[in-house]
Design a protein around this ligand. Sequence first.
Ligand code: HEM
Length: 309
Amino acid sequence: MKEDTSETVLAKRTVNRIEEIAGTFPGYRRAHAKGELYEAVFTPTGQAAFLTTAPHLRDAEVQAIVRFSSSSPNPTTADALAAVKGMSVQFQLSNGAVTNLVGITLPIFVTKTPKTFFDILNTVRSFKDGKPHFKEMVKLFATYPESRAAFQMIRKLKHTKSYATGRYFAVHAFYLVNEEGSRTPVKFEWEPVAGVETLSIKEAATMPTDYLEAELSDRLQQEEVRFRLHIVIGNQQDPTDDPTKEWPKNRQRIEAGVLQVKRKAIAEHDHFIFDPTVLSPGIECSDDEILPFRKDAYAVSYERRKKGQ
Ligand code: HEM
């Protein structure tokens, strides 16, 4: 682990606070605790080659590991109680290096800074299953206006019918860097080839606790599970440092490739950390403060779960 700095101290305190609110589940991730790993293959279209030197976005197909997850820090939370779902992808490059792309079913995050995220965790008492109560929301909206858009989206978010029919957003801005060194601000999105399908509140209420994993196992026996990777190109005025803001819908988009999820991965130990700052040359982090903070928080969570804590 890194030496203690004010950032790593805040990351530890944040993970501690998540444990205080949600409980500690030995060996599990401190967020997105329930999830499964799958083997996959990513095939680039080549359309992004003018923007980046990253090999998986230009050349031949690469193997990938995907982890679909439910956002609750409690692995026993029913799938239909935590609305936000995750899709973490680790592309395995031919030189042995890896590059991560971590998405959720929301296009934005709740805070612009790590400190505000920590402050909100300290304020909110009813976060357990991912949806704060109405009264607390009203208080939160007044104190943290930047969080309003994300909380409203979370409240309205419908449960996905399948992990294979969710649209997943990498939320932060990144830069793609090409051979000339030209840097382009971008965001990444996964669009399900099967189409977006959600459940009504009534349907969600009747679903078994772990319906998503079972559904994906069945689906993989019957059909191909694929996602298109879209790269959204930012304009000069689009913020790169603020994950609480969406970019306008009319931005140019490139279809960079297709990911095919093949089968459940047989991993004896889940040693994966889907740190969103681990990137191939040709992709760089933006100036979004949440990104380096996630690196620290994920390392804290990993150290604990690795020791069976
Ligand atoms: C203040 C900001 C955030 C904090 C403190 C935080 C915290 C965490 C922690 C502690 C984990 C468990 C890591 C592990 O044990 O490997 C995790 C996992 C995860 N987080 Fe975050 N997170 C933050 C922001 C975000 C954002 C903006 C996204 C949107 C893409 C996101 C998506 C995920 C996903 C999908 C996982 C599961 C990763 C996996 O499959 O292993 N998080 N988060």
